[in-house]
Design a protein around this ligand. Structure first.
Ligand SMILES: [Zn+2]
Length: 310
């Protein structure tokens, strides 16, 4: 327990530095496990779309990487960070979900010879018009970090059930957890280190973007994650968590609060604006990105609850 404490303290100190910098810096979060932390912002040319986290675990038989950051150049820098720590090859890359800020770096790892694994529903995104339009828009909005050479990469192996990968004496349980944030949500549980790499099912230190997600199913997924006895969580965004349970609960409670308040408004047929204005947001309004995300989250939830009520 003491060991874990000191690892996490170290990681928190490192993560605080990484948040101010624009380059991925690996910090230790558990024995042989590292993360790089993106900045808490929307993607921009200045931050090169370095707005999400990635993690990797070093074993004696190679490295397992989870997520590959928001541009090919960032992924190259992540590879360089890995090489600084170990000469071992990257054997597997696990995709927590196919959102741009987590997968635009995949091509760098594919070129380095890694086997890419994702949940099968990621194919829905890859084959969608949304994905093509998003990439096209990113080539303009995020140039030169994203350019004509940036492309989407399919997994080498698609899974549809819980799958354990063993490498160099370390087990990785790949647990499908969608549809929640996305249909293809996949979390990685490393029991030896009580480490959970949770993708965007857990947002730490910021308000989540709910988007079109079904928050009811998301809450169910968080309850599933609470059944792992995690000591350390690497979230998709924000700093590492050594208060795993509290952070899972915060995300769950935020979603539940949206559903409760907006559900009540929808049932009473109160106009959204009025309901939004009178809702007490004081438990969440100090969190980063609250101003950017909360209103649209509430509105999407209002529509969702209105539909559910019909
Ligand atoms: Zn994300």
């Amino acid at each position: 327990m003491l060991m874990f404490r000191s690892f996490v303290t170290l990681a928190l100190a490192g993560a605080a530095c990484a948040a101010g910098a624009q380059s991925p810096k690996a910090v230790l979060v558990a024995p042989d496990a590292y993360m790089v932390q993106g900045v808490s912002a929307l993607g921009s040319p200045a931050n090169r779309n370095f707005i999400s986290n990635a993690a990797f675990v070093v074993t004696r038989a190679g490295v397992v990487v989870v997520d590959t950051l928001g541009s090919p150049a960032l992924a190259q820098e992540l590879l360089a960070e890995i090489r600084r720590i170990t000469p071992a090859p990257v054997r597997y890359v696990i995709v927590t979900h196919y959102h741009a800020d987590h997968v635009y770096g995949l091509q760098a790892f594919k070129a380095a010879g890694a086997t890419i694994i994702a949940q099968r529903d990621g194919q829905l995104y890859l084959n969608s018009e949304t994905a093509a339009l998003r990439l096209q828009a990113s080539r303009e909005e995020l140039a030169p970090a994203i350019d004509a050479n940036t492309h989407l990469v399919a997994a080498d192996r698609w899974i549809d059930a819980p799958t354990t990968i063993s490498l160099g004496g370390v087990d990785f349980l790949l647990q499908p957890a969608g549809p929640a944030h996305t249909p293809e949500d996949l979390v990685v549980w490393v029991p030896q280190h009580k480490l959970l790499i949770a993708g965007d099912l857990v947002f730490r230190g910021r308000v989540p973007f709910v988007g079109q997600a079904d928050s009811g199913r998301w809450i169910a997924a968080l309850d599933k994650l609470l059944s792992f006895d995690a000591q350390v969580i690497v979230p998709g965004h924000g700093p590492v968590s050594s208060s795993a349970r509290a952070d899972l609960e915060l995300t769950r409670d935020y979603l539940a609060y949206l559903r409760q308040t907006m559900g009540e408004a929808a049932r009473n047929m109160d106009p959204f604006e009025e309901a939004y204005a009178r809702t007490d947001w004081s438990r969440f309004d100090k969190l980063p990105l609250f101003a950017m995300a909360n209103r649209i989250n509430a509105y999407n939830t209002y529509l969702l609850m209105e539909q559910a009520g019909r």
